[in-house]
Design a protein around this ligand. Sequence first.
Ligand code: ASP
Length: 584
Amino acid sequence: MMRTHTCGELNSSHIGQKAVLCGWADSKRNHGGVLFINLRDLYGITQITVNPENPFFQTAEKIKNEFVIKAEGIVAKRPQGNENKNNPTGEVEIIPSALEIISQSSELPFDLGEHAQAGEEIRLKYRYLDIRRKNISQNLVLRGKVANIIRSYLCERQFNEIETPILTKSTPEGARDYLVPCRTNPGTFYALPQSPQVFKQILMVAGMDRYFQLARNFRDEDLRSDRQPEHTQIDMEMSFAGEKDVAEAVEGMMEKIFSFLGEKIERPFLELEYKDAMSLYGSDKPDLRYDIKFENVTSIFKNSSFKVFSDVISSNGEIRAIKAKASAQIYSRGETDKLTDILKKNGAKGLAFFKIKEGKPEGGAGKFISGEEFSALSSLLNLQEGDTVFLIADFPENLNKYAGILRNSIIEKIKPPVLKKRAFLWVRHFPLLEKDCESGNWTFTHNPFTAPLKEHLNMLDTDPGEVLSYQYDLVLNGVELGSGSVRNHDIKIQEKIFSLMGYSKEEMYFRFPMILNALKYGAPPHAGIGIGFDRLMGIICSTDSIRDVIAFPKTTSGACLMTESPSPVSEKQLKELGISVIKK
Ligand code: ASP
């Protein structure tokens, strides 16, 4: 080994010992002629102190930031007053008896200091420099450790880690496929997997019983800040299992991960039916760290003199109310106008509100609220002086669209107390199908292999839009962390669902031959889930950007600035593939 210790290792217990350290010059200072070099590696920073009398002083003078150096010497106690309590190696320094510049560094394109503000573009272009910063390198170290915990937890529970192909056929998850042209058969293409969905189900048919993989998924969709064209998923599937078995396995895994981080999480996780999540929180991924929710107050307003409400009720609409506690001061006229505008932009006809002042509804719609309505609202919402109540009225499916926006905005504005640090939640029983706007056909809401609820099977013929499914989402602090379902192991039901989606038998066997054929040969009941590993790590590392937990991420426009991809290819390559590019 070139070194005896890392730069994060030495402390007062090593004083007097000889040490050889290697690393990068993080900084160099000259204090009264003495040179102090902070030598950095992945593990920490150790101070190298070079006096003018030192035979290596001239070498030290040549050292610049990010030079790679090797320092050999005795571990010495720092003079009193020079210790750095914030650094684990801060009590000692190395007085070098040898100092070598191993490699030099060009001038840096940006400052690597922990608090330096460098634009993301430049950081991604020089990602190898960016990763030297502790905030990124430590995320990557932690990511590796968490991956290890996941592997060992799942292996202990008889899950088999199995790799599935990257070059494959289209695997539908609702996004566009990335295609890879095939040279040996021009005009044909592989698709990169949107997830290993079909393969993991086939592995269950193959009798592999329990599968997992830290799988790479590729989805060509419009990118948002928390999306990447390729992302990693903790992908799992279990035979002879249902939704509760998957939940148990996942909750145990989360418990293990968070206990490694020193946190005890509450189990069992909360559960909500999809329809309740929508009506109580206006979201299928509500952030339940906050105790703030909608109440259906339609019946309270059945005799309302407020025309907006009575109109909505007479056309079978709904009125929902939400309380913003102690917020009368926060919601000035300007604020409520702003909020109304936001909701209108999202489809609402308006926003009614009132505040509680001297025990009465005041302002906004306050004058339309009768004494009886107010007392019913007061006891339902436990209203107190200074609270604001917002009311929205519309058809339920329209309300769902903007109720969530209203709730999030209230949370952001009034900052209610956080009930717990980690609010895990299962949202269950999503609708199986929804109408595709373009074709008018039914299409799957999550993936086409999800099983309908047993008790809804007979509605597949009569009322497909009302059929609920064994589809579940795992939510953490308002982030959709994962999605999974109990699958169709009965080929008749699977074919039926494809036919509702508008596929003829021929088409379905052309598009999904592997899974449909496999289901003919004795398929066990099975269920599974895919959990976004990047998102999970983003939450664990407390960063809003999943790019901070991925070694080589892409920008929001899908570019890798470091490798300069995507990029044009040569005419020769195109010719071999039988492809000609149409210039747009
Ligand atoms: N294949 C699904 C997804 O990638 C996860 C699953 O249902 O297991 O979202």
